[in-house]
Design a protein around this ligand. Sequence first.
Ligand SMILES: [Mg+2]
Ligand SMILES: [Zn+2]
Length: 212
Amino acid sequence: MLPFFFCVRPVRRGRAWGRQVKPAVFLDRDGTLNVDVGYLDRHERLALFPWSLDSIRLLRRAGYAVVVVTNQIGVARGMVDERFIEDVYQFIQARLGDIGEQLDGHYYCPHEPSALIKAFRVDCDCRKPKLGMVTRAARDLGLDISRSVVVGDKWSDIGLARAAGARGVLVRTGYGRSQEHMPVDGLAADSVVNTLMDAVSWILRHPPAGVR
Ligand SMILES: [Mg+2]
Ligand SMILES: [Zn+2]
């Protein structure tokens, strides 16, 4: 069993010293990149939205690093194997590779304070809306969080954006449509849109300073 602090795996390792920091788009996975089927635990149940790969391509061509940050509580509950989370990530990377693209990073939180599996019974700092995955990505990849955007289908994604001092876009895929009608006090998305591709359109229309 991997200890909890190995839960994050940057694509490119090493610190960002000496590299120019760039903005990122932090993407939720289930309900944002792929159909949310509850606990995604096997390949036959994985379906990327038809616009997901092109969305990532457009963001990267606009100068954003694209990083997946996903809560995977199914691991803590013994319902999802960590190796399968890695498989999903490799599948997405392979599909992106077909069009000459890639994700810049992939981080997941397998923890739950009341987890069935002891190794994941951690009151961690990385379960969204907590900041851990974003701060680690920023450190690993050299990212400017203040110029970044979080896109997801839950208020925890928007909460993460707020906690990070980034902007947050709620998509109506996955849980988004119901979340939109269950507002959380003190939490507002910068934009609520139908799909990840619409989020990309919004992001490209609202660039922070310094994006090439
Ligand atoms: Mg989601
Ligand atoms: Zn965690």
